[in-house]
Design a protein around this ligand. Structure first.
Ligand SMILES: Cc1ncc(COP(=O)(O)O)c(C=O)c1O
Length: 478
């Protein structure tokens, strides 16, 4: 099917040069003045395809114009709006309306992990890294301890909860918790995307647990959380990074639960208001919301989780990097700066840098606000855009970090799955080539679409700058 080649706007402005000099024109904000000019445009459409439904309605076209004008006005780039060819006397002038935006995000980093570094970050942030020193040396241990202390303080961990740095990133932290704690009672395994499903595989196929209840849901949905029996142990993901679906709250976890709740919160911690009192184990990694370097995992344990560690020995062997107890006692050193094995002091330094930045901007509330502002910018755009929607079906579950979008245009949804995936990839690589946005294709196992990271290190202005490019790129692949 032939695509629309272009849309032509005929601007009926008899003398824009004179208009820009008129008193009326000088009144009001620059942006409004340009809206005024553009709204005088009469729009015609020229289509080379028979399928008129694929053309842009004039209403939609005006929406694009508005976004374009606002963007140019923001960028102070008003000259390029009133192009020379529109400003000459003889009407009507014709402007090819290809709508390639002019403003690019300052930091085009929208990956869901490793995520964008904090604003203002440069390699010089690592200048004080204790490289070449033993991680057991006093100053190195102090730096490791600083990561633990600042993390616990920013997150406001409840009294009695402990926090440690462990090997193998978030996966290491989740699996050491599963291997160390599960098997004492039944387990409720909850999964609504790829990583949660991985933990189900661990429980069923690797640990070969027998009493497992699986609470599963497709991409975009959550299982019925009220059906989860918290007198069993529970393993769940706070934010499904690959589906953009988060749990809206933890009210479904009773305070008097008998089981332990193990929460993989890697793409939620520092961006969502997690009620830690409902969790017995919380895990994350440095490269997500704080934009640190990937390598190590973080694990938080409640007093009940520590009690389980000290009173229960699983029937399977535990490799050294999973062991948190010795002789039936917690290895407390792991939670006070003496890591199980060697850490990267460069990564530690970067983690400290991120945490200091978080404190400097106002701590957890500021981090959450920044991330929610990013989601708001996306949501406003989704609301006014007719080709895209959130993958999350329930608005209360839409992630403010891994913002997953599906393409809803009729011509797109009519394509076979592989072609949909190829088109979405084409859109992303178009914008990568333009240097506008990197790494925002949906996860390989997730439905085809886009996944744009909106964590706290991403500036809302950069999300806003990306949006017109998404519209532009979508037109290119149509
Ligand atoms: C929810 C979730 N769990 C686990 C992981 C694996 O994390 P890591 O690579 O830090 O082990 C990821 C990575 O994106 C994730 O999003």
């Amino acid at each position: 099917m032939a695509a629309i080649r272009f849309v032509v706007i005929v601007l009926v402005i008899s003398s824009d040069k004179h208009r820009t000099g008129s008193p009326n024109y000088r009144r009001g904000t620059r942006e409004n003045r340009f809206h005024g000019v553009v709204r005088k445009a009469k729009i015609t459409r020229e289509e080379t395809c028979n399928d008129a439904s694929r053309g842009l309605s004039s209403q939609l076209l005006f929406k694009h114009i508005d976004a374009w004008v606002a963007e140019l006005a923001d960028a102070g780039d008003l000259k390029s709006l009133v192009r020379k060819d529109v400003r000459v006397r003889a009407p009507p002038q014709v402007l090819l309306f290809t709508m390639k935006p002019t403003t690019k995000p300052n930091r085009p980093f929208f990956s869901s992990g490793p995520c964008s570094k904090r604003p203002g970050w440069s390699l010089s942030a690592l200048g004080e890294a204790l490289v070449g020193r033993s991680h057991r040396a006093k100053p190195a241990k102090a730096r490791i301890q600083e990561v633990i202390d600042r993390s616990a303080s920013i997150l406001g961990l409840p009294e009695g909860y402990i926090c440690g740095i462990v090997p193998a990133s978030d996966t290491g932290a989740v699996e050491m918790a599963m291997w160390s704690l599960l098997g004492q009672r039944g387990v409720e395994m909850c999964a609504w995307e790829s990583f949660g499903s991985g933990w189900v595989t661990d429980a069923v196929k690797q640990l070969k647990l027998e009493n497992v209840t699986h609470h599963g849901a497709d991409y975009g949905k959550l299982p019925d959380l009220s059906q989860i029996n918290c007198h069993n142990d529970v393993v769940f993901t706070y934010n499904g990074t690959t589906s953009g679906v988060k749990v809206p709250h933890l009210d479904w976890i009773p305070d008097d639960r008998k089981g332990l709740t193990i929460c993989d919160a890697t793409s939620a911690v520092f961006a969502m208001d997690i009620d830690f009192s409902k969790c017995d184990v919380v895990t994350w990694s440095w490269q997500k919301v704080m934009g640190g370097e990937g390598a190590h995992g973080m694990i938080v344990l409640s007093p009940r989780a520590v009690e389980r560690l000290e009173t229960y020995s699983p029937p399977w062997p535990l490799p050294k990097i999973f062991r948190m107890t010795k002789g039936g006692k917690l290895i407390a050193d792991i939670f006070t700066g003496a890591t199980i094995n060697t850490v990267s002091m460069l990564c530690v330094e970067d983690a400290v840098d991120g945490l200091r930045w978080a404190e400097s901007i106002g701590g957890l509330p500021a981090l959450i606000r920044r991330s929610e502002a990013n989601l708001k910018a996306m949501a406003d755009w989704v609301a006014r855009t007719d080709w895209v929607d959130f993958l999350a079906e329930d608005p209360a579950t839409i992630s403010n970090t891994s913002i997953c979008l599906k393409i809803t245009a009729d011509w797109y949804t009519a394509l076979p799955a592989e072609e949909q995936a190829a088109k979405a990839k084409q859109l992303v690589s178009l914008l990568e080539k333009e240097g506008v946005g990197y790494d925002f294709a949906s996860y390989r196992d997730a439905p085809a679409g886009l996944r744009i990271w909106g964590g706290a290190t991403v500036e809302t202005a950069d999300i806003e700058a990306l949006l017109p490019w998404l519209d532009w790129a979508f037109k290119q692949i149509a």
